[in-house]
Design a protein around this ligand. Structure first.
Ligand SMILES: Nc1ncnc2c1ncn2[C@@H]1O[C@H](COP(=O)(O)OP(=O)(O)OP(=O)(O)O)[C@@H](O)[C@H]1O
Length: 267
């Protein structure tokens, strides 16, 4: 397996607050890599650093061996690293299909401007983009909602739409920030199948998730952050037995608590 994403010594401060300190890890191509930690541990900050929204104060990331130093979010997306957001960021008044087509435009010659000012030669490309967007909506299971405005979709479907939009950029690595948040149990099962399908189709996945069952069942390795630092890292079965992890989640003396112990955890 080759390393697709490598983070070395990442640090990020907000004023006096150290949100990330010396965070290093690497993700292998083809794996589903989990990122967990209590609220405020620095998970989203790490996502924001990896995807170019924040500039790290220290350290560096490489993606497919190329440094992401100074890369803007659209350059990171162009390099093949796409993401979804914890707080859904869709164009609420555009249809589902339009939301996906916007994601697709970074891969076209016409670009986003071309989507607005359409010349004759761009219309053929536009038709291909629309076809692909329909395929992606079908892929995430909301093809029947293509023409509905994003804000009218159920919460779980909006999360799927965000995934379709991210997939439209043809990522090599898809970073999902709490995709199961707000989903009920049956929606979460379908989401799990979707993430497995994405991986099976050759896309590496980085997953922030509070749903421990989902993380432990899906991920081949897990990184645990606490107070912006790496608390533990390894296979789910190892991590969930780690007393430091149990304490961070549940407080001292909770080492026997069954909450973290999922029989599905990959050994
Ligand atoms: N833009 C910002 N300005 C100032 N402080 C911030 C900013 N973003 C995050 N922080 C702080 O950095 C720390 C890490 O926050 P972050 O959102 O990365 O944690 P998280 O692990 O994603 O939490 P959650 O699970 O609640 O989403 C927190 O103390 C947070 O208040």
């Amino acid at each position: 397996m080759s390393v697709i994403l490598k983070a070395q010594g990442l640090g990020k401060r907000f004023g006096g607050l150290r949100a990330l300190t010396d965070v290093s890890f690497d993700i292998e191509a083809g794996e589903i890599y989990g990122l967990i930690g209590p609220n405020g541990a620095g998970k989203t900050t790490l996502f924001n650093v990896l995807t170019g929204l924040y500039v790290p104060d220290e350290g560096e990331c490489t993606f497919n061996g190329i440094s992401l130093k100074g890369a803007k979010p659209h350059e990171v997306a162009n390099a093949g690293l796409a993401r979804t957001f914890q707080n859904i960021r869709l164009f609420a008044n555009l249809s589902a299909i339009e939301n996906v087509m916007i994601g697709r435009h970074i891969r076209t010659k016409a670009g986003v401007l071309g989507a607005v000012i359409r010349t004759a030669s761009q219309r053929a490309e536009e038709a291909a983009i629309e076809r692909r967007a329909h395929e992606l909506l079908d892929y995430v299971g909301i093809g029947h909602r293509a023409n509905d405005v994003a804000r009218s979709l159920a919460y779980g479907d909006q999360r799927r739409l965000e995934i379709a939009r991210a997939l439209a950029t043809e990522p090599k690595l898809l970073a999902l920030d709490e995709p199961a948040a707000g989903m009920n149990a049956s929606e979460t099962v379908v989401l799990r199948q979707l993430i497995e399908k994405i991986r099976a189709d050759g896309i590496t996945v980085l997953l922030i998730e509070h749903d421990m069952k989902l993380v432990m069942g899906l991920c081949s390795r897990v990184l645990v952050l606490e107070y912006g630092q790496v608390l533990a890292m390894g296979k789910p079965a190892q991590v969930q037995r780690d007393p430091k992890v149990i304490e961070a989640y549940l407080g001292a003396g909770a080492a026997e608590d069954p909450l973290l112990h999922h029989p599905e955890a990959q050994a």
